[in-house]
Design a protein around this ligand. Structure first.
Ligand SMILES: Cc1ncc(COP(=O)(O)O)c(C=O)c1O
Length: 337
């Protein structure tokens, strides 16, 4: 039985396929035979990132069914919220964001971009718990419905069985770009949709690949449970069942708390920038690179099998971490005489 993945409607938001680049200097430094970077930071939607692929599915649904306002939620530096706001504007829709995190005076990073997209924002000061964000978003959606609007809620991170199809397709795309199917794919895991999609995509298009998820917030148990739920949802949508037990390989020891930078992550950001001219971020991809370095050192990742690092984006976040990343400046100031 063939799946009907290609029959599920999308709306074009991302520049695809994204390039794949070999990072030779970084590979040598880490001790890997081959390191390929899948540049999903270049999906192009308002600064790029993984969420563009998921949103192509959500917005097809939104447009087809005539919703007139889109709501989503996340932490103050949510890439997903920024890209949802951009996608809504690109398609002429109204957009509302529920964000949460530390109090602020000046908007930076993704929040600054949300403001440029003129998203209406409700901000939960010092509270970015998923339950609080979701409660507030539902309340707002109900208010809008009462006023005769037709709101559509995209869950936190855009992680639904439908959105995850974006990464099933991403792995299909990757399978056309690499010569050797025997690869180790590594990526960050937040709300799990990207990871779930990548696991299902590997089952369908790269069966010899090993998919490794690096948590930025959840425990291994929570990831495994959520990833399997999402995979099942995606399977139902594409009308296809993987008839074998799926192994979910993830590591939850490379973050302290969601949104907090780690020292190893900051070092990894510097390394990728210095050796490859590639920008990682302190909340997601920097931690994944730190994990790749450590897992290779511990021989958990096989040095001799090519690694594909999925660069899921997040660059705007750098501009909200200037206090932590902008300190060691190699810059001699020369004042006018
Ligand atoms: C840059 C970046 N990488 C990885 C992820 C994780 O993706 P997911 O939420 O689908 O697990 C996110 C999610 O927000 C992200 O913004």
């Amino acid at each position: 039985m063939k799946h009907n993945l290609d029959k599920i409607e999308t709306i074009k938001l991302a520049n695809l396929p994204t390039p794949i680049e070999e990072a030779k200097r970084l590979a040598e430094r880490i001790g890997l035979l081959k390191l390929l970077i899948k540049r999903d930071d270049l999906t192009g939607l308002a600064g790029g990132g993984n969420k563009a692929r998921k949103l192509e599915y959500d917005f097809a649904e939104i447009i087809k069914n005539g919703y007139d306002v889109v709501l989503t939620a996340g932490g103050v530096q949510s890439n997903h919220a920024r890209m949802t706001a951009a996608a809504a504007r690109k398609l002429g829709l109204d957009v509302k964001l529920v964000l949460g995190g530390p109090d602020f005076e000046i908007a930076k990073g993704n929040l600054l971009l949300d403001i440029l997209f003129n998203a209406e924002i409700r901000y939960l000061v010092d509270d970015d718990a998923n339950e609080s964000l979701e409660r507030e978003m539902q309340k707002w959606s109900d208010e809008l419905s009462t006023k005769g609007r037709k709101p559509f809620i995209i869950p936190i991170g855009g992680s639904t069985g439908l959105g995850a199809l974006g990464y099933v397709k991403a792995i299909e795309e990757l399978s056309h770009q690499i010569k050797d199917d025997n690869v180790q794919i590594i990526l960050g895991v937040g709300s799990c949709g990207t990871f779930a999609g990548a696991i299902l995509g590997a089952q369908l298009f790269l069966p010899s690949a090993r998919v490794i998820g690096i948590s930025v917030s959840r425990s291994n148990e929570a990831i495994k449970k959520r990833a399997l739920e999402l995979i099942e949802e995606s399977e139902d949508i594409i009308n296809y069942k993987i008839n074998k037990s799926i192994t979910v390989e993830c590591y939850d020891n490379y973050h302290i708390e969601y949104g907090i930078a780690t020292d190893e992550g900051k070092q990894a950001i510097n390394l990728a920038a210095n050796l490859e001219g590639i920008l990682l971020d302190p909340i997601y991809t920097g931690k994944v690179m730190a994990a790749l370095i450590d897992l290779t050192k511990k021989n958990i990742i096989d040095k001799n099998i090519p690694v594909v690092f999925i660069h899921t984006g997040g660059m705007p976040i750098i501009f909200s971490f200037e206090n932590e990343l902008g300190k060691n400046i190699n810059c001699k100031k020369i004042y006018p005489k």
